[in-house]
Design a protein around this ligand. Sequence first.
Ligand code: ADQ
Length: 747
Amino acid sequence: MRLSLRFILPLLLVLAGIAYAIAPLVDKLTLGWFMRDIEIRSSLIASTIQEPLQEQLAANKNAKIAEFFNRITQNERIYAVGYCPDPTGTVLASRWLPAEIRCASLGRWEGPGHHLLPSAQGPLQVAVLPMVSEAMPAGRLIVVHDMSFISRRSEETNRYLFYAFMGLAAVISLITVVIAQLSWRGWMAGMRSLLRGEGLLRRPEFDAQPANPPSPPGFKPIARDLQRLIQELEADTRARDESQVTWTPEALRGILRGELSGEDVIVVSNREPYSHQRRGERIEVQRPASGLVTALEPIMRACSGTWIAHGSGSADRDFVDKNDCVGVPPDKPAYQLRRVWLSAEEEAGYYYGFSNEGLWPLCHIAHVRPTFRSSDWAQYVAVNRKFAKAVVSEAKTKDPIVLVQDYHMALLPKMIRDELPNATIITFWHIPWPNPESFAICPWREEVLEGLLGSSILGFHTQFHCNNFVDTVDRFIEARVDRASFNVTFGGKSTAVRRYPISIAWPPEAEMMEKSVADCRSSIRQLNDLPQEHKLGVGVDRLDYTKGIVERFRAIERLLELNPDWIGRFTFVQIAAPTRSGIDEYQHHEEQVRAMAARINTRFGRQGPPPIVLKIEHHEPREVYGYFRAADLCFVSSLHDGMNLVAKEFVGARDDERGVLILSEFTGAARELPEALVVNPYDADQCAAALHLALTMSPNEQRDRMRLMRGLVAEYNVFRWAGRMLLDAAAMRRRSRLTDKPGTSTL
Ligand code: ADQ
């Protein structure tokens, strides 16, 4: 259609130009014809009236002659008629003979050429013809024609001419466009079959229609070459993206505008990016401290998409429209947040039950037994269906891009795929994927796997988790697993299993870094009643048993046992956000953490500052960054963690290139940050040695390690995480459109 318009518009303009240019020529030609016509008419009038006029003249009936002339001028084109008996006489004339025409000056109007006389009514044509008799040998008849009809006719002619050219243009365009479309379709069909390897790679003896001529073998390599060329081009673009793009929110927005402009983008997550909370009379808008929101918000802003999430805020219902939507961010809405309401039973079964007592411990090998209840599973299925319905109702097109977040939504990809077969579904699993033996204990393992295989792309933080997932699929369901390309084909649809390591925004928000490191060091020590030279360690986590807080405290205790010099000179501040406190296991874990901190403080903190300061409360990101900047070391001891953003946030916070990161080898982050002191959190002696090393590390070594880690986090930031997934989705969509098989293309 756009192609057709691009052709038709210039054609119309060219033809209109031609019509405009030739109009004066047509005018000139028709004027010539009319003048000749008028001259002939004037001669005819002269010869017709000669006899009666001469009779009247002979009888000297001047009054009758004037009346005779008036009768002649009743013809609409004859303006006036006159007669001059000789050059010195008075003109005998009808009404309206122009005053300029006098017997003495008739010579002006005689002879060859068109004699025009301007008048208020328009141009007049004056013809002077000899009308001689014996009595009046110098008599002249004057016939004046009204020429205004010529200009009227000329306007009409020009109008018809213009319409004729426009009609011609339309016919030419139509014929051309039809021919072009037919040829384009034929060419595209040929290309598609080339790319599919149909026809060209088909053997004639297997051809269902023998009438089809067998494909010339000489063309066979073209299909392969074309496919290879496309792959190389894509690989080339990808390599350039990886190496040349500095990933910022602007870069991400720019790429999205180029690659996905006008696409319908929907994000689905359990947690909402903004919640409205009632605090007495006041309403507070809360933004969760989550990397996910930071990563996905630029996408939503660039595409003006829809984010679907559980409306969990106490005042959420008061801020939605009749479709349960609210524009966010509240101060400058850029996209829609669609809130899904869950009953207390639904939340208990879907969120606390199957998600956090079942899948969470199942995927984290943290030695907490998963609990599977069929009632929780039923709620999990029902709530996933509720979210799927919301996606279908929010989709503006048949092929939206849907970003499904996390283990709360394992069944959603298939449910969406069933309703919107052409959707591009990118699912990101934020937690680890266990090995097949561990996963096998889930009573609904096939359903969970089939649900996830509704995705077009399924992302994990590490290649290790991708491998575990593919192994699990291979073990438990009838799917084709291509280990070379990491594509799984199930039910005729393909899922690309890919690694997209999540990260933090880079550079960290200016607000977080406002206060200098020196100020943070001193104010945090003051706040916690610690001397200014006191060594400070920090841990920041949700109060979750997978984060290894108990193991961390054990390592601190071991440090003080092995190096008593640190007693009274080193304090570890543990900031722990309460989480999932409705679950028994979490309550028990909190008690355990509190008891352990108290025991260690009693043992080693009697005569001075306590070795452990435990702060079980939510802190604003600014406060968390203050601690990161004030600390000498940060200890991340997760027993198993998909990535762990705290490690990257600590690195991001240290623009002074100081501070030491101690990092569990069981986090995804450890694969990207080998310059940290990487430890096994179960090995208390090793962790204690790492703590001692961190507390005694030279500033130069701290700088060298921190500089390398900061370089990596800056380059592999959260905008790259989001951008890479979406660029892969865009490539997949381009390929689907080329091969005409939406949703099935591989990467
Ligand atoms: P989480 O298990 O929540 O995330 P993490 O990646 O460390 O773990 O992110 C926690 C976030 O919450 C960080 O931004 C941190 O600053 C913040 N936070 C933690 N404790 C806090 C406190 N007390 N007060 C305020 N803020 C606090 C899951 C997976 C991870 C994966 C992320 C992202 O378990 O492995 O890295 O998703 O994919």
